[in-house]
Design a protein around this ligand. Structure first.
Ligand SMILES: [Fe+2]
Length: 303
């Protein structure tokens, strides 16, 4: 399954649950022409073009890539891969990376509309100064472990985060935690408060006018824990919900089993959003600090 010509595939050094997929130069070369067929306006305005570029990527592998990506992302023991060019080269600019991220996403499922950006993907910067109302752009504060899509109605089965560029960065590592590696999973999952409905809302910048209700924990088809949680957005109704969320937050951040990694520029991390949590460590202060990320979140294709 792991042998695809033009790709280098193997377990990540920090966690065998994460698969590294490196795209060799020869494969990047073969993508340049089909990717140039559409400019970003076409890609943004005409959804079918996104399937076309996804197909051109998959065709290079005789459809083995889409099979592999779907197997990894749906496998409870894995559920995460890091994919990107093996080497940097001049053909790999921000537009190429938007298209590559799009192609990868459209081999897995349909992206949700990203209300923050008003389209199917969002590009955002983290810089020294910030006036926003969420932790997303606060460079010097830890972004605690969380899942995405907690405060929207759309189903968020998976998420993709691509590092488009980075300058003058120290710190800011990606933190990841798989629920089955979490020391406190059974304890928190078996607390009945975690299965009560919580109210979730979001700050203004997210452009979501409504609130949703759902529990923190749910059960998958094999009886295993799934989580939908972020620290900033639940509104506890009472003391027991407040105390539960505090304990949950402490137990997540205290975990010794977080995977702390430095995502290479040009690479994307793609994770199952039901049993992988993600976060970011604080950056070291630098007034020239700059990082640009791209995110896409969505649901799986239903066959
Ligand atoms: Fe997130």
């Amino acid at each position: 399954m792991n042998d695809i010509p033009g790709f280098e595939i193997g377990p990540n050094k920090l966690s065998s649950r994460i698969i590294d997929i490196k795209i060799k130069d020869e494969t990047i070369e073969k993508l340049i022409f089909p990717f140039k067929k559409f400019d970003l306006t076409a890609i943004e305005y005409k959804p079918f073009t996104r399937f076309t570029i996804a197909k051109s990527l998959d065709d290079l592998t005789k459809n083995k890539l889409s099979i592999l990506l779907n197997k990894i992302i749906r496998n409870r023991n894995l559920g995460c891969f890091i994919i990107g060019p093996e080497n940097q080269n001049l053909n790999i600019n921000d537009i190429f990376l938007v298209k590559l991220s799009t192609a990868i996403s459209y081999l897995i499922g349909n992206p949700n509309h990203d209300s923050m950006a008003g389209k199917y993907y969002a590009r955002f910067s983290v810089k020294h100064e910030d006036k926003s109302d969420s932790y997303l752009r606060k460079a010097y504060i830890n972004m605690d472990l969380h899942t995405d899509g907690t405060y929207v109605k759309e189903i968020t089965d998976w998420l993709l985060m691509t590092k488009i560029e980075e300058k003058n960065v120290e710190g800011g590592e990606t933190t990841m935690l798989h629920l089955d590696d979490w020391e406190y999973c059974d304890e928190l999952y078996n607390d009945p408060v975690g299965k009560e409905n919580f109210v979730w809302s979001s700050p203004k910048s997210k452009n979501i006018e409504y609130k949703v209700e759902h529990p923190v924990f749910s059960e998958d088809e094999n009886g295993k824990a799934q989580i939908s949680y972020i620290d900033q957005f639940p509104e506890p109704k009472n003391m027991s919900q407040g105390n539960f969320l505090q304990k949950l937050s402490d137990c997540l951040e205290e975990s010794k089993n977080k995977v702390i990694s430095r995502l290479p520029v040009g690479s994307a991390i793609v994770a199952n959003n039901y049993f992988w949590l993600h976060g970011r460590r604080p950056f070291k202060e630098n007034k020239d600090l700059s990082r640009e990320l791209l995110r896409i979140r969505g649901s799986f294709f239903k066959n």
